[in-house]
Design a protein around this ligand. Sequence first.
Ligand code: URA
Length: 233
Amino acid sequence: MRLDKLLVELNIGTRSEVKALLKKGLIFVDGEKIVKPETKVDENTAVITYQGRKYTYQKFHYYVINKPKGVITATEDAHERTVMDVFYSQCPDAPKGLAPVGRLDKDTTGLLLITNDGQLAHDMLSPKKHVDKTYYVELDGELSSEDVSALESGVHIGEGDLTEPATVKYEGGKSCYITIHEGKFHQVKRMFFAVGRQVLELKRTAFGPLTLDEEKLPEGHFTTLNPESFSCK
Ligand code: URA
């Protein structure tokens, strides 16, 4: 890859800014000062030094954010604050082109994966891959054992077919965990509505191999993921 392109990818500056930095002799590649923007470098091995900081290239980036309430799941929006606004405000140096994987409603909190790895995003969302999503749900009332059985075996949410099998962890009271692998619009809220309950609070606690640890990741915070730590096969 051309050195100027790599520097832009590393978020060191815009094309013209990095050209100026190169001209001033401020960029080192593997310890050697390079001034020509067109110099070819191996982006997979090159260590760039600028202002004493070392940069290495990584094609794909993965983060998990604990989505707070009141923001929409979108990359940008003309009117509403998005989860990516929350993310970039804390991590302005993160690469461009990141996007949330899937969608949580504006009033839903919890685990949301953010990446520029389109293939992984596609796999995590593909209905064929049956990736589990677990939600903690607070309700306006208790569930009967018939409600739990209906939720687990499938309910009508106005889509023709019944919802696919789900797992409900309910130990009495007005809250439970539900694990589903579909991702229809407002699916969890509609499933509980189908058994006569209203969802008051909804939080995603797991998505495929990822789980939310709220002690380490309070609402509105993000963490960087090591790509080796998860996959979606
Ligand atoms: N189901 C819902 O109803 N809302 C969400 O945000 C996620 C799943």
